[in-house]
Design a protein around this ligand. Sequence first.
Ligand SMILES: N[C@@H](Cc1c[nH]c[nH+]1)C(=O)O
Length: 381
Amino acid sequence: MIKNRNLPNGTRDEFGPRAAVKETISTQLFSIFKQRGFTKLTTPILEYADVFKPLNLANYRPYQLLDEQGEALVLRPDLTLPVARMMSTTGVELPAKWYYGGDVFRVKKQLSGSYNQVTQAGIELVGYGGIKGELECLTIALAGCQTTGIEEMTLELSDARFVEGVLAALPVPEPTKIALKQALFDKNLTVYNQISKLLANTAFGDFLSEWPWLFGDFDTVMKVVKRLPKIPQIETVIENLNVIRQFIKRMAPDQKVVLDLSIPSPQTYYTGMAFRGYTQNATDYLFSGGRYDDLLTSFQQIKEPAVGLAFDVDALADRVPLPEAPKQTLIYFNQDQWAEAEKVLKETPNSTLCLADSREEANRIAVSNNKQLLDLTKEGE
Ligand SMILES: N[C@@H](Cc1c[nH]c[nH+]1)C(=O)O
């Protein structure tokens, strides 16, 4: 007899309403992706560990296995890197629009309460370098939340180039910049203040005193950014963010948009704008995405621009109210009535065949599942 019937940490069996809701959500998202011209791509759950080198493995610790030659394999902790790997090996023509659905596996801290297996549904636009790529992703992000029934969602924008651009312009040696960045990301104000004090009397002084708090309402954050001296690289970033803000205003006037220019990029492979959606009082994101123009060079010589996003189907399922199921009918019949039962099944909405061998058993099943029994045998009469 098998002794250990427990599940590995952070995993779960899914059945009943939750499984049904997740299936519905995935179907709704896939239908948006397909309608907008994305093509399905399926990659294996197992990949060589090397594929995920560009990830920050402190945040995405993978489950490791060995193949028959002793080479390190992992259960995929991310779905964007397999797409980049696939693009570099198959020579498909660019630009390309891919969509996918599947589970990612990330070993989380024990007792963190979060799951190690998460279902994602996402898209990748490869070969588009302009801002239209970001706009398409955001259009799909908003449509996805709306279609699946998310009522209130906050859109958070950030940009991987902002922190780097400001640091590059600071008149201090490289090690000081690295220390300042670390203190900013860790929100270690003691160290941050010590370092930024060195620059208090420069053109950056005013801005630096506010940087650790540079998140929140879009327009308020932008006002603080204006205190920076002119840095050409930052100007482009700000322009892009403003274009996105205006686009959202036109598309979804009531959509709440926040900006965070004091955090590390959500993925180490992002090279530009990043966007995430969240709801109040929750730590997980409904979707997360961004631009990653350098990622393909991890796999090939030629650089290709790319941008994408993934919905967290589990996070969506946690927020979407479970649908009220219509009353089900159980059709009880004798084996020689199969053809008749089949006909009734076709004609009766929300019905299923009852495969019990006695009327008594059929009754028990109907009562315990709150279903109505339709008896074709008339045994009980
Ligand atoms: N793979 C990213 C989401 C993404 C898709 N495309 C670009 N980014 C994640 O899991 O966070």
